[in-house]
Design a protein around this ligand. Structure first.
Ligand code: 13P
Length: 255
């Protein structure tokens, strides 16, 4: 059984004092929430305080990016062992904003995935098509190669050590959420692709999230789909109340 994961990608929001205020409220709100795993991905400068604040709570911490080398002359970069020290349980790899603005490629995604797995950090690997590709019916022709290339030479033991996030670029920050049926269809195809690359057991264990304009009022329908194992939330994760409402989707009546 895959455990639902509700993840908040803060992007370049919430400095250290805003991070502390967020957790002052959020920790109390989620204290009694059962049956979901919650992870927050603050900017690098807030990671340390976020980890200290959430130690001993059910909230996990992750980073938004990583470099694949252990150390070296790579100005501005952060290595997997630096994240491990914090400690980060997760790291987002290949977010479309990084692919688009910072020249992240399938090759660098793959290097990062292989590097973090060596440190026991779970990558949240992002894939997704843009609007033009969707309109030209190229979604799977774009997304499935992204999945295959991210996993090149990646050995998996159970599948629980990695997470995928399907984030259609046209749905990010636009208020245009994919329909639950569309998201389910792509995510199901990703799972099938993983089955071909590994085996059924691993494919069934890997959690695949949906991301793109997830809000308290659309989470419930998304989580009802068989293959959607959670969500990666941007804008609505920065505020403790709205992110709490997303985390508490089961209390809206979904089993
Ligand atoms: O990019 C996202 C999460 O990684 C989604 O962002 P929004 O929820 O703001 O659309």
């Amino acid at each position: 059984m895959r455990h639902p994961l509700i993840a908040g990608n803060w992007k370049m929001y919430n400095n250290v004092s805003e991070t502390m205020r967020f957790f002052d409220d959020f920790i109390k709100l989620v204290e009694n929430l059962e049956g979901v795993e919650i992870a927050i991905f603050p900017p690098f400068t807030s990671l340390w305080e976020a980890a200290k604040k959430t130690a001993g709570t059910k909230i996990k911490i992750g980073a938004q990016n990583v470099h694949w080398e252990e150390k070296g002359a790579f100005t501005g970069e952060i290595s997997p062992n630096m994240l491990k020290e914090i400690p980060c349980e997760y790291v987002i790899i290949g977010h479309s904003e990084r692919r688009q603005h910072f020249a992240e490629s399938d090759e660098t995604v793959n290097k990062k995935v292989r590097a973090v797995l060596k440190h026991g950090i779970k990558p949240v690997i992002c894939v997704g098509e843009n609007l033009k590709q969707r309109e030209e019916n190229l979604t799977l022709k774009v997304v499935l190669p992204q999945v295959r290339k991210a996993l090149a030479d990646v050995e998996l033991l159970s599948g629980e050590e990695i997470v995928f996030a399907y984030e259609p670029i046209w749905a990010i920050g636009t208020g245009k959420v994919a329909t639950p049926e569309d998201a389910q269809e792509v995510i199901k195809s990703i799972r099938k692709e993983i089955e071909t690359l590994y085996n059924k057991n691993i494919a069934e264990n890997i959690r695949i999230l949906y991301g793109g304009s997830v809000k308290p009022d659309n989470i419930k329908a998304l989580m009802q789909e068989r293959d959607i194992d959670g969500v990666l939330v941007g804008g609505a994760s920065v505020d403790p109340q709205s992110f709490y409402k997303i985390c508490a989707y089961k209390e809206q009546g979904v089993e």
